[in-house]
Design a protein around this ligand. Structure first.
Ligand code: MG
Length: 282
């Protein structure tokens, strides 16, 4: 199933399930409320009698988590290599995943124009990522049990102000500016994805392919990420984990390529679809 948050013509926003080219509303106030239900309770909240054409609604980010988006740095070897090369550093791979976070205020919807602030940074960059949505409160999850706590998957573009990222010891600030976490277009349920480490993942800038890899190339696979993150720390339904980006990002190119006003970014992930956003820098 594909879960969305949509806005009707009258401005009301609510969650729903996509059925073909239509959307069936869900009766919970938000998709976050729906995900927090026990799995056997969820289906009762699908409103049976209403089906709206997808073309008649506007999709928003499928959810806004109640706390920061968890992210993983340097989780594809070729991206770790290109980053070390661009910064003139020796490549050192960590034994455990590098976690950082993005503020939920950075989240933007599919097809939304991202308003990036020219006076804050001249170095906005893109990062195509598979995002995991947690479906159950959990702690100390073993790798063997990790897939059972996943509600579904979506796409995230980890837009980054590179100079701000470098200026701070922690990456939080350079990764949390407004409109730098476009998410969507929907959350695809875990059963429909099957193996999340066998998905083609790519990024196009103005139609030109810049990133192309497979989620199988992650250094730390999703069960390991969930096991590490949940060690001694409770995960909540609706928590989002962005699993890192493959090679091909702008700052590591020769010469570096940063986002420009009017650019169109597309993150495409197999079995999920395309997350498209236009950039407005001013
Ligand atoms: Mg990233």
């Amino acid at each position: 199933m594909r879960f969305v948050t949509f806005r009707r013509a009258d401005g009301r926003t609510q969650p729903g399930v996509v059925e073909g080219d239509a959307v069936r509303p869900i009766a919970t106030p938000t998709l976050l409320d729906y995900i927090a239900l026990a799995p056997h309770e969820r289906i009762a909240w699908h409103a049976a009698d209403e089906l709206l054409p997808l073309a008649s609604v506007t999709l928003e980010a499928p959810l806004r988590p109640s706390r920061n988006v968890f992210c993983v740095g340097r989780n594809y070897l070729e991206h770790a290599k290109e980053g070390a090369r661009a910064l003139g550093r020796e490549l050192k791979l960590p034994d455990v995943p590098t976690f950082f976070t993005k503020a939920p205020s950075a989240i933007a919807g599919p097809d939304a124009t991202l308003h990036l602030q020219a006076e804050i940074s001249p170095e906005y960059d893109f990062e195509a990522e598979l995002a995991v949505v947690i479906g159950a409160r959990c702690k100390n999850v073993s790798e063997a049990d990790a897939m059972h706590v996943i509600f579904g998957y979506t796409a995230l573009n980890d837009v980054t102000a590179r100079d701000v990222q470098r200026a701070h010891v922690q990456w939080f600030k350079g990764k949390s500016l407004d409109d730098t976490a476009p998410l969507g277009p929907w959350i695809v349920s875990a059963d429909e994805i099957g193996d999340p480490q066998a998905l083609a993942i790519g990024f196009r800038l103005n139609g030109v392919q810049k990133q192309h890899s497979s989620t199988g190339n992650m250094i730390f696979h999703i069960p390991r990420l969930i096991a590490e993150l949940s060690r001694g720390m409770t995960l909540e339904p609706g928590d989002v984990i962005a699993t890192g980006t493959p090679e091909g990002v702008g700052f590591a190119r020769t010469p570096p390529e940063f986002l420009r006003d009017g650019d169109v970014m597309e993150v495409e992930i197999e079995k999920i679809g395309v997350l498209r956003n236009r950039v407005a820098i001013g």
